[in-house]
Design a protein around this ligand. Structure first.
Ligand SMILES: [Zn+2]
Length: 170
């Protein structure tokens, strides 16, 4: 049996003289500790779980705070939206109903994602726009899949830089 352990550019090879024999679990653990500098807590009963990396967990925040605001329009109240259709290039000022997640382009009928025109939902920008519609709308299922993917990628990166930067320019 041969084993190779790698961490941070250091690698260590273990081999038994008799190829049919296994490297003892304890030996693997020691080797792992040697390479990584980490100490592992070992429970002999469940060896499979112990060897692999200590996971760095990061708490992530989800967007969607600050939904309430005293200037927030009522549900389905018409609000100004700046449309730049990602499908056909239609560019116009129009209205949509507050609370909607997407609008349909009046020209091509494409579903366009409604995004807050400012950094806070329900707060208009200087020109009175509550929304901007510039990106293709992806339905909820697809968006969820994307979010999960993103989440997974974030969890694999150990940076603490997880805060969501959601600033918009006008
Ligand atoms: Zn269009």
């Amino acid at each position: 049996m041969k084993i190779k352990i790698e961490s941070n550019g250091v690698s260590l090879k273990l081999a038994t003289q008799d190829e049919n024999k296994n490297v003892e679990f304890k030996t693997i653990v020691k080797a792992y500790e040697l390479v990584t500098g980490d100490e592992l807590e070992i429970t002999e009963n469940e060896p499979s779980k112990s060897v692999i990396t200590p996971e760095s967990t990061t708490n992530t925040r989800t967007a969607g705070d600050d939904l309430e605001n005293d200037r927030t329009p009522g549900w389905h109240e018409p609000v100004k939206v700046k449309l730049m259709c990602p499908y056909c290039g239609k560019n116009e000022v129009t209205k949509t109903l507050y609370g909607n997640r997407f609008m349909k382009c009046p020209d091509c009928g494409g579903k366009v994602l409604l995004q807050s025109a400012t950094s806070r939902w329900g707060v208009p920008d200087n020109n009175g726009f509550y929304y901007k519609a510039t990106e293709v709308f992806i339905d909820r299922y697809q968006a969820q899949v994307n979010d999960d993917l993103l989440q997974e990628m974030k969890e694999h990166m150990e940076s603490g830089n997880v805060g969501k930067d959601d600033e918009h320019e006008d």
